[in-house]
Ligand binder design. Structure first.
Ligand code: G3P
Ligand code: MG
Length: 245
């Protein structure tokens, strides 16, 4: 069975990484969501891809200069469309509560906190605390581009599956990085990805997921090569065999 990960939620239909975007998954038959998490100045873990508010909210500035109290005034929906005015930038706790209601599986991507290691550690702690409230039945996969952060998460949560994220140009020692993180899953960029590369990764017995695939033809090709899952913004357009009612 190939897996579709709703990349930042159903992000072609609703503003990315909002509860509105995640809420659309069940009706489109997507069982897995991917979200990005980062941290505010007061240690609140929030669901956001960017470390600034500029692109996806009606505010600007660094996440690290804002607190939970500020979330009341921040609109994370109006940039996408008027019907989403008032949509909030979710806290990780709110996200987990929604996952429990919707009974979804979660891939939490820990962002490489650009405000330093101390904050990265706080972010990891916040993610661990938040995940304690997730339904036991839910599948969890934690991923990160920063192997130090991912290894630290795995050290503290050895029973949670982790995936190493790599950019288009993978480092030569990518396999050692995977082993250091105790990761059986690899998340790689679709850019320039070849059949030969997929076969190499599969040859190591890895679960291979590819981001971000917004073409059905390309997804089909990747699945034929042996890729296990794709992150997509357009899960609603995939054939029903990839989605579960
Ligand atoms: O986790 C897969 C994918 O989301 C990684 O890239 O930049 O969309 O978070 P990005
Ligand atoms: Mg992501």
């Amino acid at each position: 069975m190939k897996t579709l990960y709703a990349h930042r939620g159903m992000s072609a239909l609703a503003p990315e990484n909002t509860l509105a975007a995640f809420s659309l998954c069940p009706e489109h038959g997507l069982k897995w969501v991917e979200c990005d998490v980062d941290i505010l100045a007061d240690g609140t873990v929030v669901v956001s891809h960017d470390d600034t508010l500029d692109r996806c909210t009606n505010h600007s500035g660094s996440l690290y200069d804002h607190t939970r109290e500020d979330l009341e005034d921040i609109d994370a929906g109006s940039w996408f469309g008027d019907e989403f005015i008032g949509e909030k930038l979710p806290t990780f706790d709110q996200f987990i509560t929604l996952m429990n209601i919707l009974k979804l599986n979660v891939n939490v991507e820990i962002k490489s906190c650009t405000s330093g290691w101390e904050n990265t550690e706080k972010l990891i702690t916040g993610v661990i605390e938040g995940l304690k409230n997730l339904n036991r039945e839910a599948n969890v996969l934690v991923s990160c581009f920063n192997p130090l952060a991912l290894a630290e998460f795995k050290r503290r949560c050895p029973d949670v599956a982790v995936a190493c994220l790599f950019e288009k140009e993978m480092p030569e020692d990518w396999l050692s990085i995977m082993q250091a993180c105790k990761a059986d899953t690899i998340h790689i960029s679709d850019e320039g990805l070849t059949k030969q590369k997929v076969e190499e990764l599969k040859g190591h017995g890895l679960e291979v997921n590819v981001y971000t695939v917004n073409s059905l033809m390309r997804a089909n090709q990747l699945f034929n090569w042996g890729v296990d899952g794709v992150f997509t913004d357009i899960g609603h357009q995939f054939p029903s065999r990839y989605r579960q009612g």
